[in-house]
Design a protein around this ligand. Structure first.
Ligand code: GCB
Length: 628
């Protein structure tokens, strides 16, 4: 599914803004469907409140909407211009709705989609009133059960007024819901480019590049068997200069050779990271008529991995990054460009070169941004804390990966697929389950390695053998041996060595950290203080440096980039506070330490230089060093 982009043959129209909103009665979640609320304006069925799109609905009001379980309704009106009635097709596309969405246009059912954080779309050409007003209605259901991805449980419990419905889940982030990402209407010609798949190669010396493309079209005007359609592909560099062009074969596939290529490099691995070309794809009819034009950014790079290393463009990579969340005050998981740009500024400020999209796919806009800035992404599907394996769950888990790979396979920033976070891999069926999930992932994309973030001890784990890279999560001095800073370094080294010995694969520490209340200072270090987080990090750094020398330890990811909201619990003060940045994206003391480490690693491993403000002036260190 291509990201909606304007071109000389396509128009894109945003439906973001303030929509009308109704929450269903929790005890009667299907009432709206039975009473056909989608058949007229919502306000004629129930009093509505204004609701911003995109945003989670949970933190917008001042009442208990936050903890609502079940269905909610949205609607809004829009105009379809008269010009769209002629020789066009119109598509309605949602960047994501969490968790399940049902969509109607002018009272007609258009599409149903399950699993949040992933886009979906449907053709609405025949449902629109052109040159007139139209209505779009969305019902969204946030209920998580044992066969959803991620899993949850719904129980009925007694409360002061009788009985109430309660949603629970084991994962550690708030189950924000609603229309989380942008809603677009876009037009295509009758016969149009439906898919573009890109892979790239580099010559050994990184001088010659190759962009291999494969295009699929969709069209009623031309039938699939008409193999006289063809594609003209043109590649432009950053300055807009044409550097390669060609015509496809009958299958609409082809390749472009790029001399003196600028490879896509991660941030700090090269003076010009995130180099992107623009690929212009033009679909032509056999009589040379131009049918459709679609442009996308392309980074030329190669990935390779072995049982000890992970390489980009033939150079070993050491990941220094974060686990993150899409999470913010008020808007929850709603797309927010200001926050996204701020986060990337912070990632670059701190010298990170990677993050994991823990624990679900992030916005398409952020993936594009990562491409531009050379930030590598471990792209995770929405499976978190998977347990009680069953066929239905497996089907949806596989579907989530299929949709994710489909969405993200053209991004140079995506360097690895994460097929799960902390699945219960000691459970009986975990091995056959993960074998099937890993096999599917590999069959969909052979160009990237597969990992999963595992917390089950290596002695009990049944999934690691199906992965290419082992990622493990562990909270020494926090969940185990709380407060014991003297019990970190050795344990981290021992565990990483054990994973490597057991599976003979590269190892990443995908999570470590400590909850930290901003502004709490306690010396000597004590849990929850800024001093403690800083010390926990330093003890891990020591372990990582011992491990790096072994040759197969390829990365460190702090948990977490920023503080984030969770379900209510006595272990959480307003949420999870393991952020290096606060929820308002300001640094804690540990951020300054981490910055020094990440830039020191970049200098040692990637030959990059220090930012001028990395070290604050203390004394004439030259003289101090001379005298010691
Ligand atoms: C984990 C989970 C992450 C949690 C974190 C914590 O292992 O993967 O989702 O937020 O621990 O802080 O408890």
């Amino acid at each position: 599914m291509l990201y909606p982009r304007e071109s000389e043959t396509r128009e894109v129209r945003s439906l973001d803004g303030i929509w009308n909103f109704v929450r269903s009665d929790q005890t009667n979640p299907t009432q709206g469907v039975r009473e056909e609320w989608y058949g007229k304006d919502l306000s004629r069925s129930r009093p509505t409140i204004p609701m911003p799109v995109p945003a989670s609905y949970n933190d917008i009001t001042t009442d208990n909407l936050r903890d609502h379980v079940g269905t909610v309704w949205y609607d809004r009106k829009f105009f379809a211009p008269r010009s769209w009635a002629v020789d066009q097709r119109v598509w309605l596309r949602f960047g994501s709705v969490h968790y399940e969405a049902y969509v109607w246009v002018n009272g007609q059912k258009v599409v149903k989609h399950e699993i949040g954080h992933l886009p979906f779309e449907a053709e609405v050409t025949h449902l629109l009133n052109y040159g007139a007003e139209n209505r779009i209605t969305v019902m969204c259901d946030n209920a998580l059960i044992q066969t959803t991805v991620p899993q949850g449980r719904i129980t009925e419990l007694p409360n002061d007024d009788g009985m109430t419905i309660v949603q629970s889940y084991t994962f550690d982030f708030f189950n924000y819901a609603g229309i989380h990402r942008s809603v677009h209407l876009y037009t295509t010609p009758k016969t149009f480019i439906e898919e573009v798949v890109i892979t790239t190669n580099l010559s050994k010396d990184n001088v010659g590049g190759e962009v291999i493309y494969s295009v699929k079209f969709n069209g009623s005007a031309v039938n699939e068997a008409d193999n006289s359609l063809y594609v003209r592909a043109q590649l432009y560099d950053r300055e807009g200069k044409l550097v390669a062009n060609g015509t496809s074969d009958e299958e609409l596939c082809g390749s472009l050779q790029v001399d003196n290529v600028n490879p896509w490099w991660p941030y700090l691995m090269h003076p010009e990271p995130g180099y992107l070309y623009q690929l212009e794809v033009k679909l032509h009819a056999s009589n040379d008529d131009l049918l459709d034009v679609y442009r996308l950014k392309v980074g030329v790079r190669t990935l390779s991995w072995s049982n000890a290393t992970f390489q980009i463009n033939g150079r070993p990579v050491y990941f220094r990054g974060f686990g993150r969340h899409e999470d913010a005050d008020v808007r929850g998981k709603g797309l927010d460009n200001a926050l996204m740009v701020r986060d990337f500024n912070l990632l670059k400020w701190i010298g990170a070169n990677a993050y994991r999209t823990s624990h679900y796919p992030y916005s398409e806009e952020s993936m594009q941004f990562a491409d531009e800035h050379g930030i590598m992404i471990v792209d995770e599907c929405p499976s978190v804390d998977a347990e009680n394996y069953n066929q239905e769950l497996l089907g949806k888990h596989k579907s989530s990966l299929e949709q994710l790979i489909h969405r993200d396979r053209n991004h140079p920033s995506v360097v690895m697929w994460s097929i799960a976070n902390e699945p219960r891999t000691r459970e009986m069926n975990a091995d056959s389950y993960f074998q099937l999930v890993a096999n599917l992932t590999r069959s969909l994309d052979k160009t990237r390695p597969i990992t999963a973030a595992i917390a089950t001890p290596w002695t009990d784990d049944k999934a690691g053998r199906f992965l290419d890279i082992i990622s493990f999560n562990r909270y020494n001095a926090w969940y185990s041996n709380t407060g014991r800073l003297d019990m970190v370094t050795k344990k981290v080294v021992e565990e990483a060595v054990a994973w490597n010995k057991h599976y003979n694969k590269p190892v990443i520490m995908a999570e470590y950290g400590a909850d930290t209340l901003e502004g709490l200072h306690l010396q000597p270090a004590y849990v929850w203080s800024e001093e403690f987080q800083t010390e926990v990090f330093a003890r891990h750094f020591k372990a990582f440096d011992i491990l790096r020398k072994k040759g197969w330890f390829i990365g460190e990811f702090v948990w977490n980039f920023a503080d984030f909201k969770t379900a209510q619990s006595y272990t959480r003060v307003g949420g999870n506070k393991k952020g290096v940045f606060t929820r308002a994206r300001q640094p804690k003391a540990s951020a300054h330490l981490l910055r020094k480490r990440y830039f020191a690693l970049a200098r040692e491993l990637d030959d990059s230089s220090f930012p001028e403000d990395l070290f604050t002036y203390i004394a004439d260190m030259g003289k101090v060093e001379e005298n010691t």
